[in-house]
Design a protein around this ligand. Structure first.
Ligand code: NI
Length: 168
């Protein structure tokens, strides 16, 4: 019996250095989760470059270059990354995230013309790409302030087309 437990201890200590360090790290650190909030907004826009003719803009931007504007029903998905609090079980309070998105983004975009009404899109062609980048820049600091990290801004312009921006 004694011999058996010594053999077990020896075996255990021989194997210990082979165990990857992240086993200890995982025990000590909190699990990380990704939380996504969806918001919706409807906006008008026109995609065009002023130096191009209407025909050239149409070749470049298609229907979205129509001179008299048109609209999209957009969906915005904002994903944040953070520790899951051991007490609350939350990455963060969804109401807080939603309030930030409504104040900083949705209230400025919804039922607005993206070419002329939105301060944070000034000077940009309001493509879905530029929209996602601009939204990222609007909310990144606020997300940090509430203790999470912005991971992804996804803007869906139509059923088949969406853009993801991850800060790169
Ligand atoms: Ni369009």
């Amino acid at each position: 019996m004694k011999g058996k437990s010594i053999a077990y201890c020896v075996d255990f200590f021989i194997k210990l250095p082979l165990i990857p360090f992240d086993i200890n790290t995982k025990i000590l650190s909190m699990p990380i989760a990704y939380l996504t909030r969806r918001e919706r907004f409807s906006s008008a826009h026109r995609l065009f470059l002023s130096e191009l003719s209407d025909d050239e803009n149409y070749k470049l931007y298609g229907q979205c270059s129509h001179p008299n504007w048109h609209g999209h029903n957009y969906e915005l998905f904002v994903t944040v990354k953070g520790d899951v609090d051991t007490k609350t079980g939350y990455v963060l309070n969804l109401k807080t995230l939603s309030a930030i998105l409504k104040e900083k983004v949705i209230s400025k975009l919804d039922h607005r013309n993206l070419n002329v009404d939105v301060d944070f899109l000034e000077g940009m062609v309001p493509t879905t790409e530029n929209l996602a980048i601009a939204i990222w820049n609007c909310i990144e600091n606020d997300i940090s302030t509430i203790g999470a990290k912005l991971h992804c801004v996804k803007v869906q312009e139509s059923e088949n087309n969406f853009i993801e921006y991850r800060g790169d």
